[in-house]
Design a protein around this ligand. Structure first.
Ligand code: IPM
Ligand code: MN
Length: 354
């Protein structure tokens, strides 16, 4: 298969983990006879420094012309804690999501047996937990009307019927492909926007009668993912709730550095780690490349390249079992492997596998 892939390394640890993501794609291309062409573009703090815009037009065009985007992370402490700044790396990320129409963000939460002890949760609670969170990504408070002066500020949590219908459709379809259990997460006891979500989900339920659908308030869900993570199969929720919930769920598997995601919608699909740019670790060869590598696997699976995705997942699992791990998940007293070593090990595993 021929694929044009836009590469957006971004800031902080982004370029280092991206190198490993691309090396993995190269190994797959070689093994399976695919032709992947990469188109690198700037974004984030990096792009503000170079051209004064965190998501320049040229980068947008590179993304639109590609079949898929592999993204790493953006963010820089120089822009944090300064409420007067209008241009920041994160505004570029939001512009990218909106302009590419990436309304469905899929964040899988899968545990690795050999890492259960690294979770803040008890092993017996977590064993077998395997669910995905589908976060609506281009609506709600993030994009609703905003106002701010010295006395008053607001963000509007607005959702239109078509925005709710299209994300629920994706969620129901994922549930059909998985264990046929969908949990719609909202705050319908307080918020009007949540009540519309719930009303529309109920309207759609009969169309997906093979799916068991239940409804849960976000506060209850935040608790339930910790006390009974095996309850869930597919969770769907609005933008802000999904943002918070997926930070929570990403840490229950032992390390945020393991969690990939996909964002799909109207134009080019995008694949990125759930974690951020970890500026303190930039250039230190410390960051876990696995989330980026698994994001590459999700990219391939998106195009139906299931065997290719499976080999990457197998390689990652094998690296963890062989204790080839970055410091945050290494066993006590075990050798600390760097970003490059972990990536190389995974690439070699792919090359040598049958
Ligand atoms: C995420 C991030 C972003 C978000 C930030 C960086 C704007 O936290 O992808 O979850 O809030 O969506
Ligand atoms: Mn977040």
């Amino acid at each position: 298969m021929k694929l044009d892939i836009a590469i957006l390394p971004g800031d902080g640890i982004g370029p280092e983990i991206m190198q490993q993501g691309v090396a993995t794609l190269d190994a797959i291309a070689q093994k399976f006879g695919h032709e992947f062409t990469y188109h690198e573009a700037i974004c984030g703090a990096h792009a503000i420094d170079e051209v004064g815009d965190p998501f320049p037009e040229k980068t947008f065009k590179t993304c639109m012309d590609a079949d898929a985007v592999l993204f790493a992370a953006v963010g820089d402490p120089r822009f944090d804690n300064n409420p007067t700044l209008k241009v920041r790396p994160e505004t570029g990320l939001l512009a990218m999501r909106k302009q590419l129409g990436l309304f469905a963000n899929v964040r899988p939460v899968a545990t690795f047996d050999c890492l259960l002890h690294k979770s803040p949760l008890k092993e017996e609670l977590l064993k077998g937990a395997d669910f995905i969170v589908i976060r609506e990504l281009t609506g709600g408070m993030y994009f609703g009307e905003k106002y701010q002066d010295n006395e008053k500020a607001y963000d509007t949590d607005i959702y239109y019927r078509n925005e709710i219908e299209r994300i629920l459709k994706i969620a129901f379809e994922y549930a059909q492909k998985r264990n046929k259990h969908l949990t719609v997460v909202d705050k319908a006891n307080v918020l009007a926007s949540s009540r519309l979500w719930r009303q529309i989900a109920k309207e759609m339920e009969p169309v997906y009668s093979d799916v068991t659908t239940d409804y849960m308030f976000i506060d209850n869900c935040a608790m339930r993912v910790l006390t009974e993570p095996t309850f869930f199969d597919v969770i769907v929720t609005e933008n802000t709730f999904g943002d918070i919930l997926t930070d929570e769920t990403s840490c229950i598997t032992g390390s945020m550095g393991l969690q990939p995601s996909s964002s799909i919608g109207e134009y080019t699909p995008l694949f990125e780690p759930v974690h951020g740019s970890w500026p303190q670790a930039a250039g230190k060869d410390l960051a876990n490349p696995v989330a980026q590598i698994l994001s590459a696997a999700m990219l391939l699976e998106h195009f139906g390249l299931e065997d290719e995705g499976r080999i990457i997942r197998e390689a990652v699992e094998a690296s963890l079992q062989a204790n080839v791990r970055t410091p945050e998940i290494q066993v006590e007293g075990g050798k600390h492997y760097g970003t490059k070593e972990v990536g190389n090990w995974i690439v070699n595993y792919i090359k040598e596998s049958n």
